[in-house]
Write a protein that binds this ligand. Structure first.
Ligand code: SF4
Length: 351
């Protein structure tokens, strides 16, 4: 039987696999196919091959610790911490608990980067204190990153001086509509982080069934145009009790299709490193993503105070998922590699 694949898709993917990037219009065309179509499968396969070739088939694990929780002024209609509908009370982890959580994540020395996450409004002194604790607890093989609210340039410089390597920051889909925050402030924060010398990890999030392909692709290009070093796709979780719960979720497969197109679109960004799929799943790791996240502490997609007891992925789970997805090494924060084998999974208690 002759395969009857769309000719334009083949043409776009043939160029895409060379690392020249994709235009917005090409991304929109690829995402117009159903997630279970042969055209989508082909896009996922080409993106998967592209990432594995570019990064010597290495997977990457980062770990995120949500260090505080409070009814958050961000008011995001999909988040379990947003003021107006949250059930959480104010809470901050102790210094000892922070150390314990960092030690759990770094026990086997294979965590690429540690992220400290706060609410939108954060106490800078508290954050600098926690950065200091983290810096003294991790080894040089693990980078230190932050995921915080909108931040001015001077603060970004202080964070950089304190030993932070980079920042996760996003201008979300429907920012200012489904959130209380202003898109221009989100964008300015990313520019402030970059101007201060911090690396930028951004994401197209949180993708839901209501978002048009154009909205998704426009969001892809925020990170591409800014020159992010890591990009990602994250779907919106239908968090119980949140205003957007009834909108439901997209499938892992649709998210993987988004991830594949984003991988090829991002390939032209100078210095670009890793593509992430969040939350971790095998479809995404077979579609261009090679970075996943273990989580501990507060998590905007969880209704439990410490996500490691519920939604959050463990280091062992992440290692196993990367191995099952065919990655043969883990890349560390000093850019060295450790072989990812069945023996390694046993040795690290991951199976
Ligand atoms: S997603 Fe972040 S900024 Fe938005 S309400 Fe939740 S914690 Fe606040």
């Amino acid at each position: 039987m002759k395969l009857n694949l769309d000719g334009r898709v083949q043409e776009i993917l043939e160029r895409g696999q060379t690392g020249v990037g994709l235009s917005k219009e090409e991304c929109i065309y690829l995402l117009g196919f159903n997630e279970s179509s042969p055209e989508s499968s082909l896009a996922r396969s080409v993106a998967d091959d592209f990432t594995r070739r570019r990064l010597q088939n290495a997977g990457v694990i980062i770990g995120q610790i949500g260090v505080d929780i409070a009814p958050c002024v961000g008011g995001c209609k999909f988040c379990s911490f947003a003021e107006g509908h949250t059930k959480f009370q104010k809470f901050r982890i102790s210094d000892d608990e922070l150390v314990r959580k960092i030690e759990e994540l770094t026990e086997h020395g294979d965590l690429y980067g540690l992220f400290l996450m706060t609410m939108h409004v954060y106490d800078k002194d508290m954050l600098l204190h926690m950065i200091d604790i983290a810096r003294r607890t991790i080894s040089p093989k693990t980078q230190l990153w932050i995921n915080v609210g909108d931040t001015d340039y001077n603060t970004a410089v202080e964070l950089k001086k304190a030993g932070v390597r980079g920042a996760y920051h996003v201008c979300r889909l429907r920012e200012g509509v489904d959130t209380n925050l202003r898109p221009e402030d989100r964008m300015q924060t990313m520019r402030n982080m970059l101007s201060a010398g911090l690396e930028l990890y951004t994401c197209c999030e949180p993708i839901g069934p209501e978002h048009s392909v154009k909205e998704i692709v426009d969001n892809f290009f925020i990170g591409i145009d800014l020159g992010c070093i890591q990009h990602a796709c994250m779907r919106r979780i239908a968090v119980k009790g949140s205003p957007l719960e009834d909108k439901g979720q997209i499938t892992d497969l649709r998210m993987a299709q988004c991830c594949a197109v984003l991988t090829l679109a991002t390939s032209k960004v100078k210095g670009f490193k890793f593509m992430s799929i969040h939350e971790p799943n095998e479809a995404g790791l077979l579609s261009g993503a090679n970075l996943i996240t273990a989580e501990s502490g507060g998590n905007p997609r969880d209704i439990i105070r410490d996500t490691k007891e519920n939604r959050g992925w463990t280091m062992g789970g992440c290692r196993k998922l990367l191995w099952e997805s065919g990655f043969t090494s883990l890349r560390l924060g000093d850019e060295s590699h450790v072989p990812l084998t069945f023996d390694y999974l046993e040795k690290t208690g991951s199976i």
